[in-house]
Design a protein around this ligand. Structure first.
Ligand code: FES
Length: 143
């Protein structure tokens, strides 16, 4: 990784591949069990949205879950260095493994690096019956 690798550490090894049908509607796609996503963790989930394969970043923050497309706004690369293996700075920023852009985890905004001022694309997700589901409605909008 370019950037400042000494300031970041690997924070999660969660990698989920979700089998979905092209006929599934948003809200019917189970992404992962809530208990498999520890507080503060980041996970990569491979799924299908509107017929297209997508990798998602899931982040648990207490009782909340957030999701973004696993696509860096800088050069379109995945943010994890290996599926589900993300870098996190000491101050809690998600660091893109490609060129070191740093993102805060409440809104997905890039606060440092080559795409500063840009943001990750949010994906709507919801917690229901102990599972994280792709959100109802447009799944590429924030929940
Ligand atoms: S692709 Fe360049 S910083 Fe993420």
């Amino acid at each position: 990784m370019e950037g400042e690798p000494d300031r970041a550490s690997i924070v999660s090894g969660i990698d989920r591949r979700v089998r979905t049908s092209l006929n599934e509607m948003p809200g019917q796609t189970r992404l992962m069990a809530w208990d498999d996503l520890p507080d503060g963790a980041l996970a990569a989930v491979e799924t299908v949205i509107e017929g297209d394969p997508e990798s998602l970043i899931l982040h648990r923050d207490g009782d909340a879950v957030r999701a973004w497309l696993n696509i860096c706004p800088h050069a379109g690369r995945r943010l994890d260095w290996s599926p589900g293996q993300f870098l996190k700075s000491k101050d809690g920023l998600l660091v893109c493994a490609a060129h070191g852009a740093s993102f805060e985890l409440s809104q997905g905004a890039c606060v440092a690096g080559p795409c500063k001022g840009d943001r990750l694309r949010p994906v709507g997700v919801e917690l229901r019956d102990g599972e994280v589901w792709l959100g109802v409605g447009d799944p590429t909008r924030s929940a």
